[in-house]
Design a binder for this molecule. Structure first.
Ligand code: TRP
Length: 371
């Protein structure tokens, strides 16, 4: 069986370090590994609209930002098909059929949907009203739409964060249900989680659980070198580590969490030759005698090295926005072809391809002629 990747992002803003360690970097490696027959990267604008109904222009504006972030990280349209979800009408039709294979109760149990309902402040039951908006139907059913995204491209592998696990599980259930009702048609996907646990959820620069635009605690891939430095220097560390001599905590200390995610042995050689390894640095911090500033400077050097080339490549692509849109258009066309083939399979399996079905037409004709 072919190995196919599909994954994507909602274009609600520029991409940040959390996206980068959690998925982007890995995607580029997977793309270049030669292990996959096809890689599809989707800008999920339609999904983004499910909880941004009052701000569609934000989504429209951010599509190009996400595309620029993709290209500057090394996603390569020669190797990966990069496309925009809303341009693939076939996805809607698949969703329409999948909706019959999923219950309202099952959707209500989806942990990610549940959590997002709370997060977005949607009313849960019948208490929708002046102060709490109800749950948009499109939002409630987006796991089904996501199953369409994945199955339309016959994806075997979905590289994504742990928050996407319930989506993949629900997709697998839909696939099994479809195949059991209509015969073996759809491919059951698997999630591919980040392997380094610091990467599964990079905290914000303020130490809060997640980088998020609304919390203002992000380091963006498109931030200037100055911005990155400022953000690193003001990062949350151990509030109990006041004087340099004080012993410090490494757990829950954002600077060290970032080092867990980004630091490689050669960085010590290059930027902090007094230490041989991250363990050694952590030990010194725990003992006391190592100041936050020194660790932050080290982290800044590492991040600048990682982000510098990304920033430079972005500048180049920014000078050819027309070309980037053309790339997205071509990607969307190619993606649409593939989704169309899957949809044709689905219609055949469901036996709703009436006009191709000579046998059906003949047998009906026979039946009525006899009557
Ligand atoms: N839900 C994903 C996110 O919020 C975006 C997405 C939409 C996606 N469709 C997908 C991810 C299919 C993986 C596969 O980031």
């Amino acid at each position: 069986m072919k190995k196919i990747i599909l994954t994507g992002d909602r274009p609600t803003g520029r991409l940040h370090l959390g996206h980068y360690v959690g998925s982007l970097k890995r995607r580029v490696e997977l793309q270049n590994s030669g292990e996959f027959d096809k890689v599809f990267i989707m800008i999920a604008d339609a999904q983004a609209l499910t909880d941004n109904a009052d701000n569609p222009e934000k989504i429209r504006q951010n599509i190009i930002e996400v595309a620029l972030d993709y290209l500057s990280c090394g996603l390569d349209p020669e190797k990966s098909t990069i496309f925009i979800q809303s341009q693939i009408a076939e996805l809607c039709e698949l969703s329409f059929y999948y909706m019959n294979l999923v219950t309202v109760q099952r959707l209500q149990r989806n942990p990610t949907v549940k959590q997002e309902i709370l997060l977005r402040g949607f009313a849960e039951n019948n208490d929708a009203g002046e102060n709490k908006p109800g749950i948009p139907v499109g939002f409630f059913t987006y796991p089904i739409s996501q199953a369409s995204d994945i199955t339309a491209f016959r994806a075997t592998t979905v590289p994504a964060g742990e928050d996407q696990e319930p989506m993949i599980e629900q997709t697998r259930e839909i696939v099994r249900k479809f195949n059991s009702v209509y015969g073996e048609t759809l491919v059951e996907p698997e999630i591919l989680l980040p392997d380094n646990c610091a990467c599964q959820r990079l905290p914000g620069t303020d130490g809060k659980a997640k980088m998020s635009k609304s919390l203002g605690n992000c380091i963006y891939l498109s931030d200037t070198a100055e911005d990155v430095k400022k953000k690193v220097m003001s990062m949350y560390t151990d509030p109990g580590h006041i004087r340099v001599e004080d012993p410090g905590k490494v757990e829950g200390n954002t600077v060290f969490t970032y080092l867990d995610a980004f630091c490689r042995p050669e960085h010590f050689q290059a930027f902090l030759p007094d230490y041989a390894s991250l363990d050694e640095l952590k030990d010194h911090y725990r003992r006391g005698g190592l100041g936050d500033m020194k660790v932050k400077k080290f982290l800044n050097s590492i991040l600048q090295e990682e982000l510098g080339p990304i920033r430079e490549r972005r500048k180049v692509f920014e000078q050819d926005i027309e070309g980037v849109y053309r790339m997205l258009e071509e990607g969307s066309e190619a993606a649409r072809k593939v989704a169309g083939e899957t949809l044709a399979d689905v219609r055949r399996a469901m036996r709703i391809n009436y006009f191709d079905d000579k046998e059906l037409i003949e047998s009906q004709a026979l039946k009525f002629r006899k009557e």
